[in-house]
Design a protein around this ligand. Structure first.
Ligand code: NAP
Length: 273
């Protein structure tokens, strides 16, 4: 039981397809105790059965990260439940639809600020507010995507947000290391979730990744969950500030592997078929 005795909080479970659910489940299976959060009343009911499955039906708390008072209230609740906590999973992102398709040059300041607030600053603020109850052997995990490093069609504004998120991971890791707090990100391959549905041509992205990654498949939330559990457990006690790719190796590719037919013509699987 790699997470026995570990207590923490998971932000960002919308449903059983959420990456955060995969991570929470893997942690629970390894003995962790946790609280989970929901965005608003609409999601509270939906999350109740998931909370029960994760053994935390008594620890299901509201937390809209745009509301500082809800983050502060979350800290109070966690302190009452656990005293100190050992891990935080931040699996939250949002950008207005206009930022996830169309021309990048047209992105408005409002859309930019919303995406940066919810997808980047929320990591800093959650850690800042929960820091007094983080143990001196704790681990914070957030979720990123390759579109924060290289151009990905339609990822647009979220690409800028993920670049800022990844840099925040490094600065937080340095700042908090002396207090025994590790901070890492998983850069996951594309997975069909609620958040992903907002990205233009997402199903093509899935096909492209499966066709052109070394392992020739898409990533599951179980796979991200297992890697997340490793980063939250003591197995990764010397790992911090890291952006860990869980993407079937897609990020190492500079060009798709080319095969040739009997006539010597390249048969690049351009659309995954
Ligand atoms: P998801 O299931 O839709 O999870 C996104 C979560 O963010 C939801 O629980 C959503 O809450 C929450 N959220 C949005 N605005 C919020 C706010 N103001 N306050 C609190 N929570 C808020 O999608 P997901 O794909 O698992 O996304 C989780 C993370 O993984 C995101 O950072 C995403 O960018 C990242 N990621 C996803 C992929 C992918 O392909 N799916 C790949 C790499 C990285 P509600 O649903 O209740 O609105």
């Amino acid at each position: 039981m790699l997470m026995k005795g570990k207590k923490g909080v998971v932000l960002g479970i919308a449903n059983k397809r959420s990456i955060a659910y995969g991570i929470a489940k893997a942690c629970r299976e390894q003995g962790a105790e946790m609280a989970i959060t929901y965005l608003n009343d609409k999601f509270q009911k939906k999350l109740a059965p998931i909370a029960q499955e994760l053994g935390c039906e008594e620890r299901l708390y509201p937390c809209d990260v745009t509301k500082a008072e809800e983050i502060a209230a979350l800290k109070e609740s966690l302190e009452k439940d656990f005293g100190k906590i050992d891990f935080i999973v931040h699996s939250i992102a949002f950008a207005p639809k206009e930022g996830l398709s169309g021309r990048f040059v047209n992105i408005s300041k409002d859309a930019f600020n919303i995406a940066m607030d919810i997808s980047v600053y929320s990591l800093i603020e959650v850690v800042q507010k929960l820091k007094p109850i983080l143990s001196n052997n704790s681990s914070v995990l957030t979720l990123s995507y390759y579109g924060g490093v290289k151009y990905i069609p339609n990822y647009n504004l979220m690409g800028v947000a993920k670049a800022a998120l990844e840099m925040s991971v490094r600065y937080l890791a340095e700042d908090l290391g002396k207090e025994g707090i590790r901070v890492n990100a998983i850069s996951a391959g594309p997975i069909k979730t609620l958040a992903a549905a907002g990205i233009g041509d997402f199903s093509f992205m899935l096909k492209w990744n499966a066709a052109h990654s070394p392992l020739k498949k898409n990533v599951t939330i179980q796979e991200v969950g297992n890697s997340g559990m490793y980063l939250l457990s003591d197995l990764s006690s010397a790992v911090t500030g890291e952006i860990h790719y869980v993407d079937n190796g897609f990020n190492i590719m500079g060009m798709p592997a080319v095969e040739f037919d009997e006539n010597g013509k390249p048969t690049i699987a351009w659309n995954g078929e």
